[in-house]
Ligand binder design. Structure first.
Ligand code: ATP
Ligand code: MG
Length: 598
């Protein structure tokens, strides 16, 4: 892995030179030998080109003058050798550059993914996943192309042009000076084009992100798209995004292409002037015709690399747009990076205490306004209350998905904000409200709870979660594929696999955000029994929507309006006249008779 670059300036403010320098500082060093070798080979190729222009003088003078065929034959062989050498040098440099470039892309993709893993929930909530898809693929390639273009243009084209310029200057200093005059004009035009290219490149990225976004949503939300007849709507969205990308690609192409007629015009002017003035000097002033021929050859040969330099400059600018976007991710502070240096959390009992905990997702919009409660070990604490009251938020805060705005949450008296985040999460088994399954089989999904679990332990966890029976009912049993995000399973089956995963983790703290209505009452009762057994030696906090879960809890906290409105056992609370009684009656009908039934 690369050492973090001492970022003096945010990447978005770095100019092209700064970005290229950073690119090479971070990724050039490991491939230094490859780049040096490639540059040396390109220099060889540049030298052969310049030398072949130089040879035009003896060639022309040999032909016009004495007709020494021995010398001419040697010359012909030299030219052949030079061209072969140049070809070989080009082959070597291209291979080296491509390999180093592909390695850089791989490194960048690894680094970007690593940076993503170190981000907190807020970072992901603020962005669409499609953004990362485009950055990881397109932008990484853009960076490679920029580096490649930087090397090739600097080494080969600059060197070739410089070598040829030397030939021109030696053969005819005056003409060389005149030719140089066209350069500033070319540079000015190029500057204009660069600004435009940058703008279109950014637009094309954004458009591609839209395309991926629409594609993802159309596929993942296929059920809703069909049910609500949203095909036209999705088509329209896609067509907008596609048109934007097409348009910016066209503008980019025409902007890049316009450099050709401009440079051709300038070059034509220079070559024409040289031919006219040079021939005049040869015929009238009797200058050396070989020198003029060599000069013209050098000029013609210099034209291609110069034109290419302009084009590579545009390519570099295009690639750097990707680099800037990648650096935006790489430079985002890694809130959750491994190895924080904080002490590890040591759970002895697992007593979780909220003390005046305050939190809001957005500034000035408090969600929790001072939550106080204690979840005792060996006990189940049920969080109940109206939708949007903050129950899932409480469960998220115990896992430090977000930092508190005030107050504290402690486990066995230790403030969780002061411990290593990975050690905290290692102590918690979590079942989320919307169950998430990963690509792969049922077995693999359960095993995520504890990667080194034996097959017997996996089956045992599935049995406890009452998932075993339906799993062995499938033709492939535990090796059944769950489909993307578990699409090939029913909601209740997904939930039980998630519970099995949590059971397998065997952590001292169990957090269950009960999926509403995903289970029939039979499975619910079974799972309840499993959880009763699990409760021993653990602290369980369950966001409860089901009657059975609520009544069986040792303690109930009613979360309403960002506060713990009421707290106690079901019997205590139902006997009182507070919010719980009303809540319970509204949810489950006559409270007393229900309670009496258990
Ligand atoms: N990522 C988020 N960004 C901004 N606001 C959020 C976010 N997640 C939740 N909220 C808001 O925070 C409040 C509490 O949400 P929370 O998910 O904790 O409710 P809940 O009690 O779990 O509700 P439910 O019973 O429906 O699951 C809601 O008003 C919700 O709109
Ligand atoms: Mg919730």
């Amino acid at each position: 892995m690369t050492a973090p670059y001492p970022a003096s300036k945010p990447a978005t403010e770095l100019g092209a030179v700064g970005l290229v320098r950073r690119l090479f500082a971070e990724h050039g060093r490991q491939h230094l030998w490859a780049y040096v070798a490639a540059a040396a080979l390109l220099a060889v190729s540049a030298a052969t080109t310049a030398y072949s222009a130089w040879l035009m003088k003896p060639a022309v003078n040999g032909m016009v003058g004495k007709g020494d065929f021995k010398e001419l034959r040697a010359l012909a062989w030299t030219v052949w050798l030079l061209f072969t050498l140049r070809g070989l040098a080009t082959f070597g440099s291209l291979t080296l550059l491509a390999r180093a470039g592909n390695r850089v892309v791989a490194e960048i993709q690894r680094r970007v993914f690593d940076a993503l893993l170190g981000q907190d929930m807020r970072f992901f909530h603020e962005r669409h996943s499609a953004e990362f898809t485009t950055r990881l693929s397109m932008a990484a390639n853009g960076m490679r192309d920029a580096m490649q273009a930087a090397i090739t243009s600097i080494s080969r084209d600059v060197l070739t042009a410089a070598g040829l310029a030397v030939v021109m200057a030696v053969q005819d200093p005056l003409l060389a000076g005149l030719t140089l005059l066209t350069l500033p004009v070319a540079m000015l035009t190029l500057g204009r084009l660069i600004v435009k290219i940058r703008k279109f490149a950014r637009r094309s990225f954004d458009g591609t992100t839209r395309i991926v976004e629409t594609l993802q949503e159309a596929v993942l939300g296929a059920r809703i798209v069909k049910s609500f007849n949203l095909e036209d709507k999705m088509r329209e969205r896609m067509s907008l995004a596609v048109r934007e990308v097409e348009r910016s690609a066209n503008r980019m192409a025409s902007t890049a292409a316009i450099s050709a007629p401009i440079s051709d015009m300038l070059a034509g002017f220079a070559v024409g002037a040289v031919i006219f003035y040079g021939s005049w000097r040869v015929t009238v002033q009797h200058a050396d015709p070989g020198a003029l021929f060599s000069f013209i050859t050098a000029l013609l040969l210099a034209y291609e690399p110069l034109k290419r330099l302009g084009k590579s400059n545009l390519d570099i600018q295009n690639g750097l747009v990707g680099a800037r976007m990648i650096y935006e991710i790489l430079d985002a502070p890694r809130v959750e990076a491994q190895g924080s240096g904080l002490p590890k959390l040591d759970v002895s009992n697992g007593r979780i205490a909220f003390e005046n905990a305050r939190f809001g997702y957005r500034a000035d919009e408090p969600v929790l306004k001072g939550v106080d409660f204690v979840a005792e070990p060996n006990m189940t604490t049920a969080l109940v209350g109206p939708s949007g009251g903050g129950k899932s938020t409480i469960v998220a805060l115990i896992q430090r998905f977000f930092p508190l705005d005030g107050g504290r949450i402690s486990i066995d008296g230790v403030d969780i904000s002061g411990v290593d985040i990975h050690s905290l999460r290692a102590r918690i088994a979590f079942v989320s409200q919307d169950v998430f399954l990963f690509r792969g089989t049922i077995r693999e999904n359960i095993a995520l709870g504890r990667p080194n679990a034996t097959p017997a332990e996996i089956v045992s966890a599935a049995e406890k979660a009452h998932a075993h029976d339906f799993i062995v009912g499938f033709a492939s049993g535990y090796d059944t594929n769950v489909g993307e995000q578990g699409a090939q399973l029913s909601g209740g089956q997904r939930a039980r696999i998630a519970i099995a995963r949590a059971i397998l983790k065997d952590a001292p703290i169990l957090l269950l955000d009960e999926p509403t209505a995903a289970l029939d009452s039979e499975s619910e009762r079974e799972i309840q029994k499993a959880l009763d057994a699990l409760r021993l030696g653990r602290t369980t906090i369950v966001v409860a929507h089901r009657l059975q879960t609520i009544i069986n809890a040792n303690q109930i906290c009613v979360i309403d309006g960002g506060l713990v409105a009421e707290r106690g056992s079901h019997a205590d609370l139902i006997a009182g006249s507070g919010v719980y009684r009303d809540f319970f009656a509204a949810q489950f009908g006559d409270a007393r008779s229900e309670a009496a039934g258990t």
